[in-house]
Every structure is written in C-alpha cells, then in structure tokens.
Design a protein around this ligand. Structure first.
Ligand code: PBG
Length: 323
C-alpha cells in the first residue's frame, strides 16, 4: 500500500454517500430481539428506574408493546416472568398456568408471526433467587436440570418458538434437548446462553425481575469475567449437546469473546446487550452527557462488528424506529 500523500483515507469519508458505500458493518432491525418482563394483573405497567422504558407489564399491556415492536419490524421477543409467588424449587417456572405460559398463549394468539423466545431459568421463581435448587448453601447442578427441562417443555407447549437457557448449570442444553425431543418437540431450537459471565452489569435486571440472590452470588455457576478459553469450551460443549444458537453475555465488555467465538464456531451467534449496558447510556443521556440515540446505535453496531448475528437489546423497539 502506498503511503501518504498518495494514500489519503479521508477521501472516502468526505460525504455521507461515500461513507455509506464503504461501510463494512450494517445494523438491521431484523437482527434485534426485544427482552420483556411480564407480571400478574391487568392493565399493569410498572416502570422501574434502572430499566427505563422497560419495567414490568401485565399480559395485556405486554401484548400491546410486543405488537408495536413487531409492527416496527422487530422479529423476536425474549420473555421473562415475575410470578405471584416464589418457592424453594421455583414451581412458577414450570407451572402450566405460570406467568410466562399465560403470556405465551396470549401472544401466540394475537401475534402468530412474532418469534417468541423464552428465558429458561429458575432465579425469578425461587425464594432464594438462585438459578437452581439449593442444598446446604450450594446450588446443585444435576437436580436442577430436570426442573429446567420441565420449564423449557412447558414454555414450548404454551407456544414458545425457541427456548434460551440462562442458568449456566452443566449439561442443561442436553437435558433440555432430550426433554423437548421426548415431548415430540424435536423441531424447536435451543438458544444457549453459553458464555454467560458473573457480571455486575445485570444489576438493573435483577431489580426488575426481583431476582437478586438472597445469599452469596452467582460465581459458582456463571463464568469468571477473566476467562476467554473457558468461554470457548462452554460454547463447544453446548454445541455438542445440541445448541442451535449460542450466546455471549454481557456484550460490550466482552467484544473480544464475541469475536473469538465467531472465529471459532459456525453456529449463529447472539450477544446480550444487558441491562447495565443500557442503563449506563440512559443515565448519562438523562444528565445530558451523551446523545442516547447515537450511543445506542454505536453500541449495537460495535456488537455486530465483533461478530454477533443477533442482538438481544432493550433498545430493540427504539432502534427499530431509528433505523
Ligand atoms: C436469568 C437472567 C439474568 C439475565 C438474563 N437472564 C440475570 C442473572 O443472571 O442474574 C440478565 C439480563 C440483563 O441484565 O439484562 N438468570
């Protein structure tokens, strides 16, 4: 490559048209999935400070929000439930009339074309707030698998198009895959939160989902933020157990992980632009320190550039309007 002054990279940056021609990455509303929280009741919209514009919604209000997002072009939603009651074994997660199951039936009826993905985990449903069952202060792995598998099957029977296990128990993808197959649901994909890190950036989510652990933390099951090689092993194992799509979470502090996973594996890759990443921008924008729209689009573009095919983001609906 010849050097300056023959080469001047600014030539192709001179006008919006030239910049568009040489743009290497593009953001498409079709790549976005919108996480939503459903709670009991009717006509309920419970905004929460940490996750502005998201909060909790009863089934009817949730359907309206999903409909609006879908009309703007958002192809998929990811559902989380806040149950009436919690117990030690998270029964609300796999109850036939559980909150997510009720939302699924209604969404399926009203929006047959919207892709319905459910987060499969126990932490929103357990009284102790951990993602599996507890004995002697420990989160047990194998006994949790059966409950997670039951949850996944119950979501699919209620209308889910795909299930996304986020608990980080070993072997959950395989357990869910076999349970779905045994239930005659071999055509339903599993989107595995494969490289899910024990992150401080889930703070606002835990307030909305009321799922902060009552004791200890999640470091005995979610990954150490320091580990990249282990993230690749998690992905390899999940693909081996039948994951159809894998995920890296959070996204922005882990762009290197997204890039490495993209380079190593050929399955579709999702990234979760989590609650803390969203809240930071919202808070800074509210103080007038940055432009929310530009910062959000730049964040999402960076996640795509790193290699994600699909982005789970609380900006999905707003971004659909911006794009
Ligand atoms: C459930 C779950 C969490 C998130 C997604 N699924 C919380 C956690 O692991 O504590 C976080 C999402 C976000 O912060 O936006 N296990």
């Amino acid at each position: 490559m010849s050097a300056f002054p023959t080469t001047r990279l600014r030539r192709l940056r001179r006008t919006p048209g030239l910049r568009a021609l040489v743009r290497e990455t593009s953001l498409d509303v079709g790549d976005l999935a919108y996480p939503l929280f459903v709670c009991p009741g009717e006509g309920v919209t419970e905004p929460l400070e940490g996750l502005q514009g998201i909060g909790r919604r009863s089934v009817d209000v949730l359907c309206d929000e999903a409909e609006e997002a879908h009309r703007l072009g958002v192809p998929a939603v990811l559902l989380f439930g806040i149950p009436e009651e919690k117990d030690a074994v998270g029964s609300g997660a796999y109850a036939d009339d559980g909150i997510v199951q009720r939302a699924l039936r209604e969404l399926r009826r009203r929006l047959p074309e919207l892709v319905l993905i459910t987060d499969v985990c126990l932490c929103e449903y357990t009284s102790h707030g951990h993602c599996g069952v507890i004995e002697g202060g420990e989160v047990l792995n194998d006994p949790s698998l059966e409950l997670l598998a039951r949850t996944a099957v119950s979501h699919v029977e209620a209308g889910a198009d795909a299930v996304a296990p986020s608990d980080m128990m070993d072997g959950r993808v395989g357990a869910i895959r076999s349970a779905l197959d045994a239930a005659g649901r071999e055509s339903v994909p599993v989107i595995a939160y494969s490289a899910k890190f024990a992150s401080a950036f889930y703070g606002p989510f835990r307030e909305v989902a009321d799922s902060a652990p009552a004791f200890g933390d999640r470091r005995s099951y979610q990954m150490d933020p320091a580990n990249l090689r282990e993230a690749l092993r998690e992905c390899a194992l999940d693909i081996g157990e039948g994951a159809d799509m894998i995920m890296v979470k959070p996204a922005l502090p882990y762009l290197d992980v997204i890039r490495s996973v993209r380079d190593r594996f050929d399955v579709p890759l999702a990234a979760y632009n989590v609650s803390g990443e969203y809240a930071m921008v919202k808070a800074a924008a509210a103080s007038g320190w940055l432009d929310e729209r530009q910062a959000a689009i730049e964040s999402l573009l960076a996640i795509k550039r790193a290699g994600a095919d699909v982005i789970f983001t609380y900006w999905a609906k707003e971004a659909a309007a911006w794009l």
